[in-house]
Design a protein. Sequence first.
Length: 166
Amino acid sequence: MRAIFNLIAVVLALVSVLWAGPALNAEDGTVTGTITLDIEGRLVPGNWIRLLLVTDKVDMPEIDTSLKHTQPAYFDVISTLHSGFYIRVQNRLTEKNFLYASTLSTDEGTFKFPAVAPGGYYVIVTFPGMIHGYKVAWQIPARVVSGKTTHIVLNGANLALPTAKR
């Protein structure tokens, strides 16, 4: 009788190890990407820009779209939006488990977050990120899958906030 209980215990232990095995050995993924901005018809790389990989979306400031790009107040509004987003991100950085990783883009405007656990993230760029004097900000979702590479493209089409140069 005791031998049967021992056999059952061993079988249950093996089943639980086999069942949990894939979860215990889940392979990390990678997030790679490029940063560019079209300036006067030329794609300019976003070099040496700090990127954050975070676990939750940051609330964005509201954007007043009534101002024209030629109005002097437009530049003040852009500055206020970018500093507001920066402050919101900085405040969230104090939260436990909000920041997953941080990296710098290369001189060519490429970036990489290696060894990222599978799940949902956001790639964030905020102040003082600038490309050739233009303020830039992004908040792009990134779904990381085990053993796969997720490629993110940051460009003028998916900016989180309008950009401007004085």
